[in-house]
Structures are given as C-alpha cells and as structure tokens.
Design a protein around this ligand. Structure first.
Ligand SMILES: Nc1ncnc2c1ncn2[C@@H]1O[C@H](COP(=O)(O)OP(=O)(O)O)[C@@H](O)[C@H]1O
Ligand SMILES: CC(=O)OP(=O)(O)O
Ligand SMILES: [Mg+2]
Length: 398
C-alpha cells in the first residue's frame, strides 16, 4: 500500500510518501518540503529514489505549494500518482473529533465549524482534502487530529477559570502538536528509557511546550486553540483577553482584533520585520531593537514553560528541542538554556553549535543533570501509522 502524508504547518508544507510492507514497516519513497508559505521566497525540495530537486519560489498558499511540489514527483522517480492508495493529513482542530478518522463530509463540516479557532490550519487542510479528492478520487483520506495525544492531561490543567458549563461545552485546553509529541515521547523511551520526565519544546512556525511523564502528555502550552502558549511566527501566544476592551476603545472590531492576533502577531507583530526567526535574528544582529525584543520575548515564553513544566513533572530528566527552530537554531537553544544550571540544565554550547538538526544529538554537558537533546521530529511517520490503523479498521475516534 502507498500512503501520502500531508503536513500543512502554519508556515510550511511537508509531505512524505511511504510504501508499507507485509511486516508493517514503512519505507519512505519520496518526500518534499517548502518553507515560508505565504511569506514569499520559499525554499523547496523534493527527493525521490532517482533524484533530488530543489529551488526557490513564491507560494501564496499551501495549495500552490502542493501543486508545485507534486509536479516535481515524476522528475524524482515517482511518476504515477494514481498508485497512491491513501492520504493521511496531520489535521489540527476537529473539536470533539480527536484521534484518526476517515475523512467524510461530517469531518469536513466539523473542521469548517472550527476554522475560526484554527484559522492558520483548518482552512488549508480543508482545501487540500477537497483538492486531493479531485486529483486522486480513488485514494482513501484519513485525518489524524493533533489533540489525541493530550487526552492524558489531568483535568486541573485542562480547565480554565470560567463558568463550568462553558467547560462542558468544550472550552478547555486541548493541546496540539500531538503527532510530534507522540513521536518525541516514543523516541525518548527508546533512547533513554530511564528519562521519565521530559519537556519537549517544539519550536517552528507554531511553537509549543509539552510535559511528558512516562511517555504520556501531562501538560501542553496550547489551549482551546493553537493560537496561544509560546508566541508563534505570526500568532499571538498567551494574551490577556481583557485587552480586547482596550483594543475596542482604539476603534478595532472583534474581527479585526482576532485577524491581527492570528496573522500579525507573534514574532512578526513584535519585530515588524518577519514571521521567520532567521530574518528576525538577522535584523536583531544589525541593530533592530524591536527584532531583538521579539527574539527575547520568544525565549522568555519558552523559559516560562520550562519552569512551569519542571514543577508539573516534579523535576526534569530531559529537555528536547525539535521543530524547525528547535532543530536548527543554535542561538535560540543557547538563549533558552542560559543560566538554568539551578534546574540542572547545562547546555554544551560547542556540541549544540555543531549539531546537525536532522540527526538526534545529545547537546548537554557531561555534568548536566538534565540531558538536553536535539531530536528531529517525524510527524509524518506517526500520521502514516495512524492512517494505516484507520484503514485496517482498528483505530478508535473519541
Ligand atoms: N534549516 C533551518 N535553519 C534555521 N532555521 C530554520 C531551518 N528550517 C526551519 N527553520 C526555522 O523554523 C521555522 C519554521 O519551522 P517549521 O517547524 O517548519 O514550522 P511549521 O511546521 O509550524 O510551519 C522558521 O521560523 C525558520 O526560521
Ligand atoms: C498546531 C500545529 O499543528 O502546528 P503546525 O503549524 O506546526 O502544523
Ligand atoms: Mg509544524
């Protein structure tokens, strides 16, 4: 069976094509990625059995990137897309639908009803599901929602201080980045089974912290929506919603406020330069004070959750960096870990600076009580397995 996994991140497109064998192992046949979706100047790459092709382009949205990258498939050795049996989507907000389910009209309608809560994520997935249904009408479609891994979070960390009937209607912390956290939790159990208390920082266009105890999520910095928590590329992160009153007084409608918090916030909002950390750091190094402030605020929000989750876990055995920034950004790792020796966290700056972000690397010093790891996440592998489980009829949607 051939499965295509589509990962439409808030700033990126990633996909992998797998072939499954009788022993259920997954062989990657091809992969592709494009960054800076909607920002201009995307770097893209497609690799297959015969070749790798890469280039630069402006992709206005995920649809444009999907079309361009799929058009490269014959050139890298995967000619016939009608061979694709199933498409697994790393879908984000399904509200009451959690876990992996076959995509049908009900799933699309539910995702549509939650588009307001996940405006950077649900609309591109819905558009991609519809586009693939036209392009590959015979392929099964599965949506693997990001919230499933976080169902183990204790209620005291799920509820907000709101009237309880709101909670009962679903206004609670769900947690997202489930595929990535599930992957990191499993890898850490394989690499360091004795590390029972793990803080995972998934830092990309969307950013989150997760407290993982004995392989299970016990806290996640996202909330009812993936807009909150650590500040994101262009989304607000944690925010006092009573500031809405001040903003209304400044003449903004609620729709204006929500749109700006979701598209003009985060790194972009503070710096005024870019939603991409690389650009913001470059501007900061050239003396742009607001860009430096954006970097500092980002680092502070990561450190805030390290402190909170060290308490939630009753101590920390391992701190993991993953996601585009977590894997590749040396200066952010250094700033996040600075002066945390009192928590037992001692980064080895030299090893960290030399780490290949695409390889698992221990980057803490020998005398660090907490091991610090760079672990490339593999959300696509998690979604591929969930997709196969659904197709085998063994997955449960809750
Ligand atoms: N090779 C790289 N070197 C430095 N930074 C990178 C690299 N790749 C990605 N990033 C950073 O990662 C972020 C995007 O991360 P990613 O995990 O792809 O985001 P998302 O899935 O949320 O769209 C950008 O801010 C970018 O600066
Ligand atoms: C919340 C979420 O799934 O984030 P990303 O943008 O990384 O896909
Ligand atoms: Mg992502």
């Amino acid at each position: 069976m051939i499965v295509l996994v589509a990962n439409l991140g808030s700033t990126s497109l990633k996909f992998k094509l797998y072939e499954t064998s009788a022993d259920e192992s997954l062989t990657a046949l091809a992969s592709g990625a494009a960054d800076r979706i909607g920002q201009g100047g995307s770097a893209w790459k497609v690799s297959g059995s015969e070749a790798t092709r890469e280039g630069q382009a402006d992709f206005a949205d995920h649809q444009a990137a999907i079309a361009a990258l799929l058009a490269e498939m014959p050139a890298v050795g995967f000619g016939d897309s009608s061979r694709i049996d199933a498409i697994g989507f790393k879908a984000v907000h399904g509200g009451p639908i959690s876990g992996a389910v076959r995509v049908d009209q009900d799933v699309i309608d539910t995702m549509t009803s939650f588009s307001d809560l996940a405006p950077a994520h649900n609309p591109p997935y819905i558009a991609a599901m519809k586009a693939f249904a036209q392009l590959l009408p015979d392929a099964w479609q599965v949506a693997a929602f990001e919230t499933a891994f976080h169902q183990s979070i204790p209620m005291a960390r799920q509820v907000y201080g709101i009237p309880y009937d709101w909670t009962e209607q679903g206004v609670r912390r769900y947690g997202f980045h489930g595929a990535s956290n599930a992957y990191i939790a499993r890898r850490m159990q394989q690499i360091r089974p004795e590390a029972k208390r793990v803080i995972n920082l998934h830092l990309g266009g969307s950013c989150s912290a997760c407290a993982i105890k004995a392989g299970q999520s016990v806290a996640n910095s996202f909330g009812t929506t993936p807009q909150t928590g650590i500040l994101h590329a262009a989304r607000v992160g944690d925010f006092d919603m009573y500031a809405l009153l001040k903003l209304r007084g400044m003449g903004l409608s609620v729709d204006d406020v929500l749109s700006q918090l979701g598209k003009q916030g985060g790194l972009l909002g503070i710096s005024g330069v870019s939603a991409d950390m690389r650009d913001v750091q470059k501007a900061a190094s050239e003396g742009n004070e607001r860009a430096q402030l954006a970097v500092d605020a980002f680092v502070e929000s990561c450190r805030h959750y390290i402190g909170a989750y060290a308490v939630a876990l009753g101590g920390v055995d391992a701190l993991v960096f993953t996601g585009g920034i977590g894997q590749h950004n040396i200066r952010i790792r250094e700033a996040v870990c600075r002066d945390l020796a009192f928590l037992g966290i001692r980064l080895d700056e030299t090893t960290s600076a030399g780490a290949d972000g695409n390889a698992e690397t221990l980057v803490s010093r020998k005398n660090s009580d907490v091991e610090v790891w760079v672990i490339p996440t593999d959300e696509e592998q998690v979604v591929a397995r969930q997709t196969l489980e659904v197709l085998a009829g063994s997955a449960s949607a809750t």
